[in-house]
Structure formats: structure tokens, C-alpha cells
Design a protein around this ligand. Sequence first.
Ligand code: NI
Length: 180
Amino acid sequence: MAAREVLKMGNPNLRQVAAPVVDFSSRELEDLVADLWDTMATEGGVGIAAPQIGVSLRVVVFGMEVHPRGLDVPPVPRTVLINPIITPLDDETELGWEGCLSVPGMRGMVRRHLHIRYSGFTESGHSFEHEVEGYHARVVQHECDHLDGVLYPQRMDDLTLFGYEDEIAASLALEEPEQA
Ligand code: NI
């Protein structure tokens, strides 16, 4: 398997609603998951969604022990999440910096639910469910947005907090950045 090209904001494929996976035993699904991990590693991300490599299926992968670019964020277990459902557990939200492999070089401040439950399937078709908070919850929400054709700038409510990574790093403390 191999790293694939990451589509960038403006590509219409990133605006599509992806289709659910129905066949969990296919070689294509196995290859897709391997390509997602390889692409994420090559690009230095903490997560990636299938539509970002041009595959319109509801598949995301995310997680790392240590942030690939040394940012101070908590570890997130490496997870393959297929056909996800996200349920906010309360009304609490949190602002945090995000980036995206499809919006290279940029960062923006995005409001996300602080506590969520998410459920879905592994690549072998087993269902699972997790309750998570904070950075882990942010990563899941960001990745799953890709499956509905949504990029993080569309979630921003203050576009003055959207800009180039180096300029933002120079002017602000990047507390919870993400590259996903
Ligand atoms: Ni992204």
C-alpha cells in the first residue's frame, strides 16, 4: 500500500456526503485503511478521512502516541472508525486550533463539543463505542465532518482567527493545534 495524494479545499470531492461501508470483508476496504494510515503518516497528520484521498466512503483513521510535529497534545488511541455516529453528551463546547491536511499551512479556531460518545465499526465489521472528551473528541468531530463534506473553516464563527500557521504561531500560543 502507499501514501496517496491528499485533495485540497476547493476540490468538489471534499464537499460530497460519503456513502456508508456495506461490505466489511472486501480487499478494497483493507487497502483503503492501509492507504489512509500511510498517507496520514507521510503527511504528518493525526487523522485522515477517506474523502481526503478521493474515496467517498464513511471511513476515518486517527490517533497517535506523540504528535508528529511535536505539539503538546494528549495521546489519542490509533483508531479505525467506519460508519460513525457522534452523540454530544452535553451542551459544553470548547474553542481550539485546528488544521487540516486538505487546508495545508492554515490554522483556525473552531468550536467543538467537549464531551461526545461515538460509535461505529472496525475494519473487520465489529461495532464499538467510546466516550471521549477534549482533544480526542475534537479529532473525531473534525474527521467525521469530512464524511459530510464539511471542512473546519465552515465551522468557524470568527474568521479573524483563521490564518497561516507561521503567522499564527508567531502571534499567538498554539495551544491545541491539530493537523487532520
Ligand atoms: Ni481534516
